[in-house]
Ligand binder design. Structure first.
Ligand SMILES: [Zn+2]
Length: 144
């Protein structure tokens, strides 16, 4: 019930930004895969997306599917909501497991939690919220 409600709210928002550098990310999410840019020379992962590697400056990169697990690095609750009729929601930063280089952190939302249960360090896993027929938005839920 709560998930359906979030889906209805998300599809009221503008579509995610669509550009050559992010297209593969949204398409992979639509297929149920969480991908991160990975340097093809030094193997460093990076997010946000960039044309060159922050570590070795190589322009050679590819999307790399990651496990989709991680931990809550930080979060805040949106007590002043973007739309007045929205239910309370959080904006969370998830540090992804299994990446190489500097920690890869993704800004997203943790669903299935409330102000009492969402905690820094909480183990979470990705869940994909369909946006339309082609793309999905990666959200996270508690991992037990
Ligand atoms: Zn590199």
């Amino acid at each position: 019930m709560a998930e359906m409600d979030i889906h209805e709210r998300i599809t009221q928002l503008p579509a995610p930004g669509w550009e050559p550098l992010t297209e593969g990310y949204w398409e992979a999410a639509g297929q149920g895969k969480l991908v991160v840019q990975r340097c093809q020379d030094c193997r460093t992962h990076r997010l946000p997306v960039a044309w060159t590697c922050y570590s070795c400056q190589s322009p050679n990169w590819a999307w790399d599917e990651v496990a989709g697990t991680g931990t809550v690095y930080t979060f805040t609750w949106a007590d002043r909501r973007a739309m007045a009729d929205w239910p309370l929601y959080n904006v969370s930063v998830i540090e992804l497991d299994g990446t190489q280089g500097e920690p890869v952190r993704l800004m997203t939302r943790v669903v299935g939690v409330d102000k009492e249960s969402l905690q820094v360090g909480m183990p979470v896993e990705v869940t994909f919220q369909p946006f339309d027929e082609e793309i999905a938005v990666p959200l996270f839920k508690p991992r037990h």
